[in-house]
Ligand binder design. Structure first.
Ligand code: URA
Length: 307
């Protein structure tokens, strides 16, 4: 029955919206048809204009349910009309106190972690902890592998040459680095034993990744971003448990604890391989991320790094 469809579908829609709200989402995109459905439903709830009967003889149609056609309801909630994802909400101002406290607890957990302590005592990891940078309420979280020499010096992830390139990538997406959250799987710089380590860095081992993962999981549970990007094979291995060459894995969505995850090349790979083809691959992955976040994409952006 047409008159019952809207109220049943509204219950489902309301439940869906409640779930989004409890996950921290504050805005949704509604098509004009969906807005009509909601307006009519709202009026009906307030005892507003009665619905003109579509046919006679059915007592249920006498209820002021909604002045909505079945087609409008279908258009609002089905594949008849492609509904773009709601644009992500970008943070303004300081994060909520609860989020700051939750992250402080994760940070304290890293500092007190006996597994990390054992790796440091054994000389596998250095002693300076580098936690994360950016806005904790960001819908976008970028995950790298571990801090290097520059990061250790400044206490911030991705501030060396790879970090500079990462910042350019963020800007190319039309974003401000301070509105994106950037972290690493492993929060301490891995040690290179032979000779003086100097500015040399190495990838974390599987054991070091395993030490970092429980903390990263808690960090992401506090952040609940809309989209995650794994920068390089180590981040992908940590987040998705896939020890695949990143060249094979990149560009295809996965999930981590229910959060969409896009693997792409680590910016340091691009520093050593500056061909347009490789840069284009990373850019295509980032275009997918922009689409998922509902970010505007200009024709110029779509054409970046095309040969
Ligand atoms: N590479 C990473 O993976 N993380 C950093 O923080 C710096 C370089």
């Amino acid at each position: 029955m047409v008159a019952d469809e809207p109220s049943g579908q509204m219950d489902l829609l309301l439940e869906h919206l409640r779930q989004k709200a409890s996950a921290g989402q504050t805005h949704v995109w509604l098509s004009p048809a969906a807005r009509d459905v909601m307006r009519a439903w709202h009026q009906a709830r307030r005892g507003g204009p009665r619905v003109p009967r579509e046919s006679s003889g059915d007592a249920r149609q006498a209820r002021p349910v909604a002045a909505v056609s079945a087609a409008a309801v279908r258009a609002a909630g089905s594949a008849d009309v492609p509904v773009p994802p709601a644009a992500a909400v970008w943070p303004e101002g300081a994060p909520e106190a609860g989020l700051t406290e939750a992250l402080a607890a994760v940070r304290a957990g890293v500092l007190a972690c006996p597994v990390y302590a054992a790796l440091r005592a054994r000389g596998a990891l250095r002693d300076t902890m580098v936690f994360a940078t950016g806005h904790p309420a960001s819908p976008l979280v970028l995950v790298g592998e571990a801090p290097g020499a520059e990061e250790e010096k400044l206490g911030e992830p991705f501030v060396g040459p790879a970090g500079n390139l990462l910042t350019k990538m963020i800007v190319a997406m039309g974003l401000d680095r301070s509105k994106v959250y950037i972290t690493n799987i492993v929060k301490y710089r891995p040690v290179i034993e032979e000779g003086d380590q100097g500015s040399r860095n190495r990838r974390p081992t599987a054991e070091e990744i395993a030490a970092g993962l429980p903390h990263l999981r808690k960090e992401l549970a506090a952040l609940r971003p809309r989209v995650l990007v794994a920068l390089g094979a180590t981040a992908l291995e940590g987040l998705a448990g896939e020890a695949l060459p990143i060249g094979q894995a990149r560009g295809r969505w996965r999930t981590f604890d229910g959060i969409p995850l896009m693997p792409t090349f680590h910016p340091s790979y691009l520093l050593h391989n500056e061909s347009l083809t490789e840069r284009r691959k990373v850019w295509e992955d980032l275009l997918q991320v922009m689409e998922k976040l509902g970010l505007p994409i200009s024709a110029k952006q779509r054409a970046f790094f095309r040969t």
